[in-house]
Design a protein around this ligand. Structure first.
Ligand code: GLC
Ligand code: CA
Length: 560
């Protein structure tokens, strides 16, 4: 196993709009991130992934880029960015930026040229199709709902895999590809250490543009089969790497849905396109394959555990993984992974957060912490659709209404999965607006901020924040560092449906991780030397280290 810096890193994801507002206009900004470097450094993370901050009309909060070379004024200036890069070096923190390469904003000057002049050379930077009789060119459904086609003029339409304000770029055009590589090199030359690469498996489309058998009442069909990880995408991804980050020791983590495990080697093998990819198999355990709002799935902890180990065992054969519980597209993890009434008991919240943290943090891969996860931030109750901001939530709400669902019911459906659950402002303290801003926050602050906030947790002896800090130290600077980072992984205790457990082993050193995802107590035969970490204060040393009693939502890490 080759050692590299990014395998040893602990990453922290920042959604800049909601992290910290330095100038009290209600919007988080780059200076806000710089001001919080001491916090991040103290927590122990050493890589930041910063979500898009480029110039944008913010239809999809920056995932609609209008100029890849400039900073949106709401986030600050290029000087602020340079300052952040400078200061983060002082803290030994590396910075990854987000690359949105599948589409631009409809306000990008390329698209403005393309749409205003059909003969412009920029027309071919996008995907325009002609169609007869007022018919859309194909019946593909976009990721956010509705057709992927939007009318340009006459019988011409342009394609968008996401919102209509996010026209897809035409990767078949070599000129467009050169422009993209130039831009990526610009950011590398600025001194960033790598990238999170957005929705990258969408860049190749089935070139025959077939119509598909409809899969729902709207007559459309999900675009996954014709626009996700299509044959030939490898040529683009190989070139992308060669012309940009392939020339240095960068960390690249790709959002790459639709890659089957058999094909992982191409993506993350020794010569793979990326350092690692995000696997959605367990983050989306509650959704059906089409990812649609209306098709929630029943699942159990047993299913979750199978999905996790399936992923781990497939990845370890060929390469490296990215570990995560949350991101800016996912609900908060305590709300997602604990479905019964226990998840609303305040006295349990520390245990729920720490059992999840222990379970994922010590798997094989680079852990990512999403802002607020380390203090157990929760889904936010929104009382009307107007309170939401997220374009996907609004699209889905409208679709629900169109199919005859009543507004209250539709609100319930979007609530659990709305991306705004994880986008509410970071809860720094119990002051007004959770200490995020003295202005009017751009999105509702979760009303639970008086109890759940960074300040409380730093000051309390036994908080989730402190527990995350311990886990980070264990992974970065304890005697178990090597086994946690580079050790082999094997699932154990497979017959206990509510327990997720595994061993990590390297050169004779071994640890055992056991996490109880239920409110029941278990007595488990287990030989071990000592307890390394537990989320209960008094871990019981029973029966001469031959058995453990695992209490409700208990997590233990043992030395073997
Ligand atoms: C990715 C991003 C998401 C965005 C979408 C379109 O899935 O994580 O936030 O809406 O791509 O860019
Ligand atoms: Ca601001």
């Amino acid at each position: 196993m080759n050692k590299t810096w990014w395998k040893e890193a602990v990453a922290y994801q920042i959604y800049p709009k909601s992290f910290y507002d330095s100038n009290n206009d209600g919007i988080g900004d780059i200076k806000g991130i710089t001001m919080k470097l001491p916090y991040l450094s103290d927590l122990g993370v050493d890589v930041l992934w910063i979500c898009p901050f480029y110039k944008s009309p913010m239809k999809d909060n920056g995932y609609d880029v209008a100029d890849y070379y400039s900073i949106d004024p709401m986030f600050g200036t290029m000087e602020d960015m340079d300052e952040l890069l400078e200061k983060s070096k002082e803290y030994n923190i590396k910075v990854l930026v987000d690359l949105v390469l599948n589409h631009s904003s409809s306000e990008h000057e390329w698209f403005q040229e393309a749409i205003s002049d059909p003969n412009s050379p920029y027309r071919d930077y996008y995907i325009f199709k002609n169609s007869e009789n007022e018919q859309i060119p194909t019946n593909w459904r976009s990721n956010f709902g509705g057709s992927v086609w939007e009318k340009a003029e006459d019988n011409n339409y342009y394609m968008h895999a996401f919102d209509k304000s996010q026209p897809d770029l035409n990767w078949e055009n070599p000129k467009l590809r050169q422009e993209i590589y130039h831009m990526i090199n610009y950011w590398l030359d600025k001194g960033i250490s790598g990238f999170r690469i957005d929705a990258i498996t969408f860049i190749k489309k089935n070139q025959t543009y077939p119509c598909l058998p409809s899969d729902w009442e709207d007559g459309l069909a999900g675009l996954q089969t014709v626009s996700l990880n299509q044959k030939g995408i490898g040529t683009f991804l190989k070139e992308l790497k060669e012309k940009t980050y392939g020339r240095m020791d960068a960390m690249t983590v790709a959002e790459a849905p639709g890659v089957p495990y058999e094909q992982l080697e191409e993506y993350i093998g020794d010569d793979g396109y990326f350092s690692m990819i995000f696997d959605f198999s367990y983050a989306d355990i509650d959704l059906n394959a089409d990812g649609n709002w209306h098709s929630h799935k029943e699942w159990s902890i047993k299913d979750l555990k199978e999905a996790i180990f399936n992923s781990q065992l497939s990845i370890k054969k060929v390469g490296w993984g990215a570990l995560y519980l949350e991101n800016h597209d996912q609900p908060r993890s305590i709300d997602k992974y604990f479905k019964d009434k226990d998840c609303n008991k305040k006295e349990l919240s520390f245990y729920l957060g720490s059992v999840l943290a222990t379970m994922y943090f010590l798997l094989r891969g680079t852990p990512f912490i999403y802002q607020g996860e380390e203090i157990g931030m929760r889904n936010c109750p929104f009382s009307s659709i107007e309170e939401y901001d997220d374009v996907a939530t609004k699209d889905q709400f409208e679709r629900a209404i169109c199919t005859g669902i009543k507004p209250e019911e539709a609100l319930k459906i979007v609530y659990g999965r709305s991306r705004d659950n994880s986008r509410t402002p970071m809860q720094w303290s119990d002051e007004k607006n959770a200490g995020f801003t003295h202005g009017e926050p751009w999105l509702k602050v979760n009303p639970n901020y008086k109890e759940t906030n960074v300040k409380n947790q730093i000051n309390s002896e036994n908080s989730l924040y402190k527990y995350y800090k311990k886990l980070i130290q264990l992974r970065k600077s304890s005697v178990y560092k090597d086994v946690i980072i580079y050790g082999d992984i094997k699932p154990i205790l497979k017959d206990y449906d509510n327990i997720i457990a595994y061993t990590r082993e390297l050169n004779g050193s071994a640890i055992i991780v056991i996490t109880n995802f239920s409110g029941e107590e278990y007595k488990i035969p287990m030989e071990y030397k000592e307890c390394i970490i537990s989320n209960y204060i008094n871990f019981d040393n029973h029966e001469f280290n031959k058995e453990i009693i695992l209490r409700p939502y208990e997590a233990v890490v043992l030395a073997k």
